[in-house]
Each structure stands twice: as structure tokens, then as C-alpha cells.
Design a binder for this molecule. Structure first.
Ligand code: URA
Ligand code: SF4
Length: 210
């Protein structure tokens, strides 16, 4: 898709904030035009080396969560709030989020998701602010969906933990697994399946058997 490629190209050569000075590679979002979009925080070391989102250990865990919930990495769009790695994986600063988030909004306008999962406190806080909600710890915010009206229509924001936080924490990973199961139910409910007379008859086992 041409618009997505334009965003990728802008990100790859971007110098809008000081993270451009320390990154190896900027990390644009990747995936397909999907009703489900996942938004992480910022690239880590492996992402920075490869120029791709969620390809390190947190990414592997995220893939497992998606698979367990009957969703797949190939069927979603994955991106980050900030596209370049903060040195030593420190938190992204306000100026960096302000400089980078227009790319995220541009991605949303192209992908037109119906559900956005925010992974961790930073991306959750970003959307809470847009929605005019007061910010709260991720332990309280997680699982509490809210809506934002974007250009293309209403989007359900679904906050969860960051997979890197849950990776070595059995309690958090269990909660994340539950979040993703609920998410898959939400995805299935929101997808508009067209019922044709043929699919209806097939489903009911009364198709024309000749
Ligand atoms: N953590 C993130 O927030 N994003 C990535 O792409 C990888 C790890
Ligand atoms: Fe540009 Fe975002 Fe990278 Fe900063 S973090 S240089 S705004 S792409």
C-alpha cells in the first residue's frame, strides 16, 4: 500500500528527535491492513539492529500470546509509539513521543483498525490522553476498554501489559493471556461476516447434496 510505504520511508530517514543520533535503525510498523493493531512502546536492542518491531524476546512472547488466543502475527498490524530505540531502553521522553506520535496517527488513518491494543503504560497513556481520560497505573487500566473516534470511525482501545514486563512474571503473563483471549472474542464479534445462502446451508449441514 502506497501510503503505508510513504510513512515507512519517512520513519526510516526521520531526524525529528534526538533518538535519531543514537539509533542503529528506525523501526517502522509492519503487518497488514487489519482490524487489529498492536502498539508497543519503543524498539529494543534487537529491533534496533534489524529495523523491525517485536523481533526480540518480548516479540516471541507476544507471538505466543497471539497464537494461544487463536490470532496470528500475520493477521495484525504491529507498531510502536516511538520508532527509534531510546539508549539503554530508557523510557521515551515527552518530546520524543510528541515528535514521533504523528507517525502513529498516520498509520491509524491508513490501517483503519477497529481495535487497538496498547501494550504497556506509555502507549496506554498516549491514547488515554487523546480520549480525555485521566491516567492511571497500567495495573488498573489494563482490560478496561475505551473508545476514540478517529477519521475512519470509532476505535476500541484495549490496554494490556507490555510483553517485556510479563515475560518473566508468571502473574502478569497469566493476566496477559486472559486479556488476549478476551481480545480474540472482541475481534471475532466485531468482524462482519457476510452470510450467503450457500454458507448458511453449509453451516446447517443441509447443503444441496444432489
Ligand atoms: N518492545 C516494544 O515496545 N517494542 C518493540 O518493538 C520491542 C520491544
Ligand atoms: Fe523520528 Fe520518531 Fe525516530 Fe524521533 S523516534 S527520530 S521522531 S522516527
Amino acid at each position: 500500500m502506497e501510503q503505508l510505504q510513504d510513512i515507512r520511508n519517512s520513519v526510516i530517514s526521520c531526524e525529528r528527535c534526538k533518538l535519531a543520533n543514537t539509533r542503529r535503525r528506525a523501526v517502522p510498523g509492519e503487518g497488514i491492513v487489519s482490524e487489529l493493531m498492536l502498539v508497543g512502546e519503543a524498539p529494543g536492542s534487537r529491533e534496533d539492529a534489524l529495523g523491525r518491531p517485536f523481533v526480540g524476546s518480548a516479540g516471541k512472547f507476544l507471538n505466543q500470546l497471539l497464537t494461544k488466543a487463536g490470532l496470528s502475527r500475520e493477521s495484525v498490524y504491529i507498531t510502536n509509539l516511538v520508532k527509534c530505540r531510546p539508549p539503554n531502553n530508557r523510557d521515551p521522553e515527552k518530546e520524543e513521543i510528541d515528535a514521533c506520535s504523528p507517525y502513529l496517527i498516520a498509520e491509524i488513518n491508513v490501517i483503519k483498525p477497529r481495535i487497538i491494543v496498547t501494550l504497556g503504560s506509555h502507549s496506554t497513556a498516549f491514547f488515554q490522553k487523546i480520549a480525555g481520560l485521566s491516567q492511571e497505573p497500567i495495573s488498573r487500566a489494563r482490560g478496561k476498554t475505551f473508545e476514540i473516534a478517529f477519521e475512519h470511525g470509532k476505535v476500541i482501545i484495549f490496554p494490556s501489559y507490555h510483553p517485556a514486563a510479563a515475560l518473566y512474571n508468571p502473574n502478569l503473563s497469566k493476566v496477559m493471556e486472559e486479556d488476549f483471549i478476551r481480545l480474540s472474542q472482541l475481534v471475532n464479534r466485531s468482524s462482519s461476516k457476510t452470510i450467503t445462502i450457500e454458507s448458511f446451508l453449509d453451516q446447517n449441514g443441509s447443503g444441496n447434496k444432489g
